[in-house]
Design a protein around this ligand. Sequence first.
Ligand code: HEM
Length: 457
Amino acid sequence: MSTPIPQPAGLPLLGNIFDVDPSNTWWSLKGLAEKYGEIFQIKVLGHTIVFIGSVALAEEICDEKRFRKYVGGPIVETRSLVHNALFTAFDNEDSWGIAHRILAPQLTPEIISSHFDEIRDVTAELIGNWAQLGDKNEIDPLAQLNRLNLEATTLTLFGKRLNCLTGPEHPMLQAMEDATSEAMKRPNRPGFLNWLYGGKMKRAVATQRNWAADLVKYRVENPSDRRDMLWAMLNAKDPETGKSFTESEVIDEIVTMPIGSSTAHCTLAAGILFLLQNPDVVSKARKELDDVLGDGPLAAEHLPRLPYIAGIVRETLRLAYPAPGFNIEPIPRAGDKCPVLLAGGKYQVAHDQAMIIVLAGVNRDPAVFDDPLVFRPERMMGEALERLPAGAKKWFGNGKRECIGKHWAWDFLVTVLAKLIHEVDFEAADPSYVLKQDGWFNVRPVKFRVKVKPRGV
Ligand code: HEM
């Protein structure tokens, strides 16, 4: 006998329409995960969605023999921007395998390591800009690191400096913001309002695709022997089918990358917040950096020798959940519409039930993490890390649809955070600030401001 899946009371006919704020969906889901724990569901206008908030159940539905990525809601909306590209492809679309086989070799740890100097040097430029601020040294870390992220992504993957660290904000940043927030809102908004906001989405799509087309044009006009991701997009063939990308598919995949990497600057900004709240962590991190770097600059070979910094990055991914969740559905079984059993039959869901893993629940599951709200890098290092179940480490998603950019993200996060901790003193502009989320897809510290100055000055 299975247990009914908990659900907020809701209203007749309308269901749980008022239990999720359509302009801040993930904040509502975090609240529901805190209230209901391992599993809950909502029903809106007869449509059910199940949410998973525990490590054990997340691990169960990450079993690729039984489940797969569910492409629905905001991901489907994003297809108006990038069609059937890596992130948005349905499970049965050949485009996913072709793109994965062409692009994954460009995102291996070895290839990413070859871009280390580029990432380090643009970070040094940003820190250098901050050092010039004098008394006007209060910054918005999210906005500053967003610029850095776009600069580093464009340089490392597509070989062009945008020079967007200073000056007016690059139009790509607002366009990504608009397209992502529209993609979040459109699935739950009446058609009339979607029509009204259609122009905003179209303009955001045009800006992003033009940015990508400019990168291709620049490479064609400035031929180089750089063997980077753009080279692969323009020249490589899928080893299995022999296919290469069409012109439009190149644009789809270029645009997909900064959307994926836009989680990275949210992680860094949240990391600064956690460090300000935990000065002892900064002291330990600085000791590690001073010991490993001595008087020299950060180099690629230092990264694997910074386990405490790596612990800080993982603990930030755990507590900030910059990609707030991902969607799973049961793999269809021909002719079999029996319910799917979870937790050994404790729960039952429909054979085609969409489920969303809510990382705000999973990453803070008290069954796995002692004092789950405490920022403790040590639990993300060495044997303690190895002991954690796989379901507790899902910040980069799962299985074949796991983040293809995870090695880029890792090197970027460790490099930037190491340099920030080693070279910059941060002071909270508002010490009472607590992590607030807006309605964007990623969790990010909005309206968070800090004062910056060179370390020890
Ligand atoms: C902190 C940084 C990052 C986090 C937390 C993160 C998280 C994720 C997650 C959870 C997924 C799975 C989404 C799903 O199942 O629907 C994913 C997929 C993806 N990510 Fe990332 N990501 C990060 C950085 C990046 C970067 C830097 C790139 C590009 C260079 C990138 C590109 C992608 C792409 C293309 C996919 C789709 C992969 C596929 O379906 O085959 N991500 N990411």
